[in-house]
Design a protein around this ligand. Structure first.
Ligand SMILES: Cc1cc2nc3c(=O)[nH]c(=O)nc-3n(C[C@H](O)[C@H](O)[C@H](O)COP(=O)(O)OP(=O)(O)OC[C@H]3O[C@@H](n4cnc5c(N)ncnc54)[C@H](O)[C@@H]3O)c2cc1C
Length: 246
C-alpha cells in the first residue's frame, strides 16, 4: 500500500466499434436490409464515411460503441469528479466491504495519491505527507477497534476519517458520445490535474481502437477558439500539438 500512481487499462470495447457505428448511421440513410448493410460495411473501409459523420455532428450512431476502462491509483477526490458524468456506468471499490485497517494488510498504510505539486516540493514535503497518512491510518485503526472490529459495520463509520487522497479503483464504461463529451471537459488544461491525466490516457487508449471516431477528440480548443474565454490557459498551440501526437 502507501503511495499509488495512476493506472488505466482499456479492458473491453464493442468489437469493431467503427463498423458498429457505420451500421447504425448507414441504416438511417439506406433502404437496404440489415444483412446487406452488414456485408457492405464489412467489404470496405468505413473511414471516409465515418469522417463525414463526425463532421456533420450526427453523433447518435456513435452511442452504439462502448468502452470499459479499469482504473486504479486514483484518489477519492477524482471519484467525486468522474461520477458527476451521469451517462457513464461505474463499479467502485467499496470502503464498507473492503477494510482499510492496517492489520489485514500486514501493517501497511492504506493506499493514497500524492499530488505532484506536493512531490515537487521535495523529499521533506513527501515525508510530511506520508506521516500524515500514517497518522490517519492510526485514527482509522482506532475507530475500527472501538466499533467492535465487525467488518462492514465498523468499516462504514471508521472510513469517515479517511482523506480525499485515499486511493480507489473502479471500472468505468462510457459510450463513444459520452467519451467525446468527457474528453472535451476533462482533457482541458482548466480541468484538475488528476482527472485530466486520467482522461488523456483514456483518450490515448480509445483512439488506438477507434482512430476516426477519436481523431479530433480532446479539449474544446482543438477545433476552434478556447471555450474558456478569460479563464483560458493561453496555450492553445501547445495543447493542439499534444493531442495530435498522443
Ligand atoms: C473545470 C471544471 C470545473 C468544475 N467545477 C465544479 C464545481 O465547482 N462544482 C460542481 O458542482 N461541479 C463542478 N464541475 C462539474 C460539472 O458541473 C459537471 O457536473 C460535470 O462536468 C459533468 O458534466 P455534464 O453534466 O455535462 O456531463 P454528463 O453528466 O456526462 O452528461 C452529458 C450531457 O448529457 C446531458 N445531460 C445529462 N443529464 C442531463 C439532465 N439531467 N438534464 C439535461 N441534460 C442532461 C447534458 O447535455 C450533459 O452535458 C466542474 C467541471 C469541470 C470540467
Amino acid at each position: 500500500m502507501g503511495a499509488k500512481k495512476l493506472r488505466v487499462a482499456l479492458l473491453r470495447y464493442t468489437p469493431e466499434p467503427q463498423e458498429a457505428v457505420a451500421m447504425g448511421a448507414k441504416l438511417c440513410y439506406s433502404a437496404a436490409g440489415i444483412e446487406d448493410l452488414k456485408q457492405g460495411i464489412e467489404a470496405k473501409s468505413q473511414d471516409a464515411f465515418l469522417e463525414r459523420l463526425m463532421e456533420f455532428g450526427h453523433l447518435s450512431p456513435i452511442e452504439h460503441a462502448s468502452f470499459t476502462f479499469g482504473i486504479e491509483g486514483v484518489s477519492r477526490s477524482l471519484l467525486a469528479q468522474i461520477t458527476r458524468h451521469r451517462i457513464a456506468s461505474f463499479s467502485v471499490k467499496s470502503q464498507r466491504y473492503v477494510s482499510e485497517a492496517s492489520m489485514p494488510k500486514g501493517g501497511a498504510v492504506f493506499g493514497y495519491v500524492i499530488p505532484p505539486r506536493i512531490e515537487a516540493l521535495g523529499p521533506g514535503a513527501v515525508k510530511e505527507f506520508e506521516d500524515q497518512m500514517s497518522q490517519i491510518q492510526k485514527w482509522y485503526d482506532g475507530w475500527v477497534g472501538k466499533l467492535g472490529n465487525n467488518g462492514e459495520s465498523s468499516n462504514e463509520d471508521a472510513r469517515f476519517v479517511l482523506p480525499n487522497a485515499a486511493e480507489t479503483k473502479m471500472l468505468v464504461t462510457m459510450n463513444a458520445r459520452e467519451l467525446l463529451h468527457f474528453f472535451n471537459l476533462r482533457c482541458c488544461n482548466r480541468a484538475q490535474w488528476e482527472i485530466r491525466a486520467l482522461a488523456t490516457e483514456m483518450l490515448r487508449l480509445a483512439r488506438k481502437e477507434a482512430p476516426v471516431m477519436f481523431r479530433d477528440a480532446g479539449p474544446g480548443c482543438l477545433k476552434g477558439s478556447c471555450p474558456e474565454g478569460k479563464m483560458s490557459c493561453g496555450k492553445i498551440n501547445e495543447v493542439r500539438i499534444k493531442f495530435k501526437d498522443l
